[in-house]
Design a binder for this molecule. Structure first.
Ligand code: F0G
Length: 459
């Protein structure tokens, strides 16, 4: 039989009920949450596409490995197992476990950062930028030009702009560049992959200028899928071999295992350099825990060790990338403009394109986030001027380059009928697009404002 449909390559053994609700209930809950879905409780949500981070369903193999977790303070068996798996994958000699990705970022970037330093990335994720800026350093995004245009197709829209990178290094002086960071896939830029060719070019530039090259590897398995399918010369390689080759081009990585580690908590920092690793280890012990557990329980390390191998499974990755693509293709049929091509872990809706009548100062992305929740109980996050907007001295908004809304797909959690339901909600969104109102901020914190800001609809 020629098989067209790609089925979920797993059976469901444990289920978690979804609490259903009415539009009237949701409108009230949304008001109480100040129109910020981060402030809703999870049982007020029907389909939760807020993040693919820490929301994976674990396999039977992971759950059973957890039972053999060794909870010893030092030298736990579970740590040895995890260290072996990460070493085999990355090739880096020094591996530091952390409780999640940003803990690895805080350790590394607080040591490399500080006033006068700059970091250059294809796009810094929000916690990456926040950790860098908190140290007093500057974070500069350097994606290729095509990355900033949602409708422009490019097979590797996550790539770094090499000539601009060269210019930036010259401008700031190589010794002032704390690190060059490649985020794979590029989350904030639309979940877009980075090609091996681009990695090689960045790696060469960093070597030439003696600049540390770090991979933010939290979705490197998904990135490997795209390299295998889109880049010449990689058709015959396994997804894991492609990831291994990528790691070989850099000096180290930070990884939030909450994504392609297929777990609910965990992360690590891995490095080649002895001295830098020693300095990081000091900070690790002060702030996360001893070197053989970081901030993790032995059972967490067991689950990550299994997850990091399962994620490279051919059938899993094919299902994973195809199911994201399915959602994107279906909502496009209703005229919803999205970031193209469709990325790995999420579909990014172009809210500026959908709500042309809402000015960026009234946050079209936040308006869409609220409409999706009100109409269908679908929760997602704005990735636009709420997340990345800043103000000039006069308090005028400097908007983000794009106003996107991210529909992130938790791994192995939702079935095709859940996704079809989200598609139905979008049908309604499209039908009422012109009546949708903009939003304004009524309260905001200094850092990472999207998490806790309050909003209200513009009358
Ligand atoms: N880097 C990237 C590219 C990320 O996407 C994230 C987290 C982190 C670092 C930080 O890792 O959460 O384990 O501390 N992204 C989540 C998201 C929060 O929803 O995209 P963490």
């Amino acid at each position: 039989m020629h098989q067209h449909i790609i089925i979920e390559p797993f059976k469901i053994k444990t289920v978690e009920p979804i609490t259903m609700s009415t539009e009237k209930q949701r409108l009230e809950w949304l008001r109480k949450a100040h129109y910020n879905p981060f402030l809703l409780t999870s049982d007020q949500v029907i389909i939760d596409l807020l993040t693919d981070s820490g929301t994976s369903a674990m396999s039977t193999a992971q759950w059973s490995a957890m039972m053999s977790g060794d909870e010893s303070y030092a030298g736990a068996r579970s740590w040895k197992k995890l260290e072996h798996v990460i070493h085999d994958l990355t090739g880096y000699p020094h591996i530091l476990p952390t409780h999640q990705g940003r803990a690895a970022e805080r350790i590394l970037y607080s040591l490399l950062g500080g006033k006068g330093k700059v970091f250059i990335s294809n796009t810094h994720f929000d916690t990456t930028r926040a950790n860098i800026e908190f140290s007093g350093a500057k974070a500069i995004d350097c994606p290729i030009e095509q990355a900033l245009h949602p409708s422009v197709r490019h097979p590797f829209k996550g790539n770094m702009d090499i000539s601009r990178l060269e210019k930036l290094i010259r401008e700031h002086g190589a010794k002032n560049v704390g690190a060059v960071i490649m985020t794979v896939t590029n989350n904030t830029g639309g979940g877009q992959p980075v090609s091996m060719e681009n990695m090689k070019a960045v790696s060469a530039l960093c070597k030439e200028n003696k600049i540390l090259f770090v991979i933010d590897a939290c979705r490197i398995a998904e990135n490997a899928y795209f390299v295998n399918h889109r880049e010449t010369g990689f058709e015959g390689k396994s997804y894991k071999e492609i990831a291994q080759e990528m790691f070989s081009l850099a000096d180290g990585c930070v990884m939030s295992a909450k994504k392609d580690g297929l777990v609910n908590i965990g992360g690590f920092l891995a490095l080649r350099d002895n001295e830098l690793s020693d300095a990081c280890t000091n900070l690790l012990i002060i702030t996360e825990g001893f070197t053989t557990y970081g901030g993790l329980a032995g059972r967490d390390m067991e689950a990550i060790a299994v997850g990091l191998e399962e994620v490279f499974d051919r059938d899993y990755l094919r299902y994973r990338i195809r199911s994201t693509e399915y959602l994107g293709e279906k909502i496009q049929e209703y005229g919803i403009p999205i970031m193209l091509p469709i990325g790995g872990h999420a579909v990014y809706v172009d809210a500026k394109g959908l709500y042309k009548h809402i000015p960026v100062e009234q946050y079209p992305g936040q308006a869409l986030v609220c409409a999706l929740y009100r109409i269908g109980g679908v929760r997602c996050v704005e990735v636009g001027s709420v997340m990345f907007g800043t103000y000039d001295e006069r308090g005028t908004l400097i908007p983000a380059p794009m106003e996107l809304v991210r529909l992130a797909i938790p791994r192995r959690v939702y079935t095709q009928s859940h996704v079809d339901y989200v598609v139905e909600v979008f049908q309604e969104i499209a039908a009422h697009a012109r009546e949708t109102k903009g939003m304004r901020i009524t309260h905001e914190p200094k850092f990472l404002r999207h998490f806790t800001a309050h909003f209200e609809p513009v009358p």
